[in-house]
Write a protein that binds this ligand. Structure first.
Ligand SMILES: [Mn+2]
Length: 318
């Protein structure tokens, strides 16, 4: 019997922008697939379901002007979202949890991501905390060599372990550095204080990670940041919401001043998509209970729509 890897969200709207729900990952017909991965590996028992676990459905529910967003002229894109083309976007739902086996969630997430990427669809992952890209990045194994990892975050995320857990939200970039299919790592937006100590910074630099702090990014601008990312792809883009400035994405656990503003974020997304193929992206670490008004969700939806619209126009799909 084939294990059911994902389930339909129980909220309304049930899918992102009410795109079709597609949970038959063995028969996936999609150019772009959205996947919720609610649960990372916790550092404490009380964090097994953290606030970030609610984010995939919260992002879906915030897509409130679907009839406009999917059909009307989008000035961020210079036309409608899918540019009037025959592009199939689906929402695969959320990776199914197993209350008696937390590791099963990552195993299913990796299997789901392998099927989606194997079907040649661009994967957009909604977290969850920053542990959830670990199984997604594992799933890229067969898809490319020398994938450039582009990481937006206030924090370095190079811890080997925290409380004995090696696959939690402080470790995704170190785990990626151990995967032979990743080459260059470019880290953008570091500032303030996180879980990294001098040793983690030394390790990242020894690997050759290009660490562009938030302050350097503000000084040199996004065009210069894009110039430091190798041309041609393939790329994987992981965005920790706390890398974005808390004035536009306040719904994070670690609010840190000085992050990417909206114009910089949009320029980075469009610039990267147009430099080469982005195999997938994730948006993680949104903690819905910290939102102010709906401002984080508005920017999250805009970010995802800009990524989709840019990919469509970069001729990714036939
Ligand atoms: Mn992070």
């Amino acid at each position: 019997m084939t294990e059911k890897l994902t389930e339909r969200p129980g909220t309304f709207p049930r899918t992102f922008l009410e795109f079709p729900f597609a949970d038959d990952l063995d028969d996936l017909n999609a150019d772009i697939a959205i996947l919720g991965i609610p649960f990372g590996m916790p550092y404490h028992a009380a964090a097994m379901a953290n606030d970030q676990s609610r984010a995939p459905d919260a992002i879906r529910q915030s897509s409130s002007h679907v009839e406009y967003t999917r059909t009307n002229y989008d000035w961020d894109l210079g036309g409608p979202l899918l540019d009037g083309r025959d592009i199939r976007v689906v929402d695969c739902g959320n990776v199914t949890a197993d209350m008696s086996d937390h590791k099963a969630h990552y195993r299913r997430a990796e299997q789901a991501a392998r099927k989606i990427i194997g079907a040649n669809a661009t994967l957009i992952t909604l977290g969850g905390d920053h542990g959830v890209p670990i199984p997604v990045m594992r799933a890229l194994e067969e898809h490319g060599s020398s994938i450039t990892l582009v990481h937006v975050d206030a924090h370095l995320d190079w811890r080997h372990e925290v409380n004995g857990e090696t696959e939690g939200y402080s470790s995704p970039i170190r785990r990626a550095s151990e995967m032979p299919w990743f080459g260059k790592i470019v880290q953008i937006g570091m500032r303030g204080i996180g879980s990294a100590r001098q040793g983690e910074v030394d390790d990242a630099r020894a690997y050759g990670a290009d660490i562009i702090t938030a302050y350097e990014m503000h000084n040199i601008g996004i065009d210069a940041v894009l110039d430091r990312i190798p041309d041609g792809g393939p790329y994987y883009l992981t965005i920790d919401a706390d890398g974005i400035d808390p004035t536009i994405m306040p719904a994070v656990v670690a609010q840190t001043p000085g992050g990417l503003n909206w114009v910089q974020t949009r320029k980075l997304v469009h610039g990267l998509v147009n430099k080469g193929r982005v195999l997938g992206m994730d948006l993680v670490e949104i903690a819905p209970q910290h939102d102010i008004g709906n401002i984080t969700m508005v920017h999250a939806e805009r970010l995802i729509c800009n990524f989709i619209g840019a990919a469509v126009r970069a001729e990714y799909y036939g």
